[in-house]
Write a protein that binds this ligand. Sequence first.
Ligand code: BG6
Length: 467
Amino acid sequence: HKKLVKFDNDFLWGASTSAYQVEGANLVDGKGPSCQDVKEVPEGTSDLTVCADHYHHFKEDIALMAEMGFKTYRFSISWSRVLPQGTGKINPKGIEFYNQLIDECLKYNIIPFVTMFHFDMPAALDEKGGWSCPESVEWFLEYARVLFKNFGDRVKYWLTINEQNMLTLAGQVIGALHLPKGCTNEMKEIYQQNHYMLVAQAKVMSLCHDMNPDAKIGPALNISLVYAASCRPEDVIAAQNFNAIRNWLYLDASVYGVYNNLVWAYLQENDACPEFADGDAEALKNGHPDFIGFNYYNTATCQESDGTETDNPVADQQTTGGAAGLYRAYRNEYLEMTEFGWEIDPVGFRGTIREIYSRYRLPMIVCENGIGAYDQLVDGRVHDSYRIQYLREHIEQIQLAISDGCEMMGYCPWSAIDLISTHEGMVKRYGFIYVDREEFDLKQLKRYRKDSFYWYKKVIATHGRDL
Ligand code: BG6
């Protein structure tokens, strides 16, 4: 029995959303399309024209968040709402919308925790090649300048790029990263795009500190431990390989400004090292995050690769199962799965927090964590006991990690309110607030408090003491 340290009274309890998944109004009031708006809609799922219609319901939604007692709300700004073409002309109505959203949060003393980029590159830039263009670094800087200038007086916490590692490992599934026509070395191309994102992020962190010295900024990666399938030393090496490819590459670059040596060697072997432009190495070294934001859903487990299981060397464990010669994805028999086939691993959450802290020694905030499920609205109620259980078990592990000496700033599960999932539509729900619409029937979009809403309200009111 471990002696538990209490959650601080200023611990940031809240929850998350992202613009393209929650706002709707995707081509309204001068907003330009993003790559998400022009991509093919996955079969059987809704498009993004309405989502939860947060754009028109944000006052009601934030009032509900305030009722739960949120200390923070993590949302993202849609780049193409602010800059419809990605660069150049600013859309005043876009600025106005986010001004109102921010002010509405502040009205209830909810701290806006703002993601700058969540999978939604403006289509105008995406058509030019998006992150495959060296100019993407400058595009992102221009956008950042607009954000810091317009919102920096009130936004004191910024997140750079949501899940850059998932963009690199599975960007085509998310619909947010693509390969230029005629690309011959796919892996080199993807890691070059990844490099531009790393440099862009580093420069934006420096810019933030120059423009708003009292603001804090950090990455928002998807970090989770990779286990070895057994104590066979070869399996342990495979797990180290995937840990480096999945996690440490991104954090080593964000925090220390260097490439992880295991990943660099792997890239060299595949003739896939990114080209550095003049000043890139210095920019990486100069960008310093103030904290680490990370999303956690599930751990991964690996065994030694027999060298044959995949033809895609940049595979995510959830998509193609491994990288030849390096690791092979393994189904962890100790873990149960959600209805959508995601492994559930609260203890791995503690392990992940401990590992991040011992490597980087920065305060951390959980920017996403949660369970996607087919919630049912019956007589105005949603009995989502499975969500309560999931979140309770994860919060317990945060407390254990704090008691292990890790510095945790806050917890923002996914998602504050139901929204459209990345590729499984509206029926895969994560929110505390139920949005009454179906995949294609929009109904009245009425909001309902799920059982988890009342439970989370109690958790926050008791500073995590009553779980
Ligand atoms: C994270 C993303 O990867 O997981 C979110 O940052 C996403 O955008 C969330 O919605 C849950 O994934 P999914 O695929 O169930 O929507």
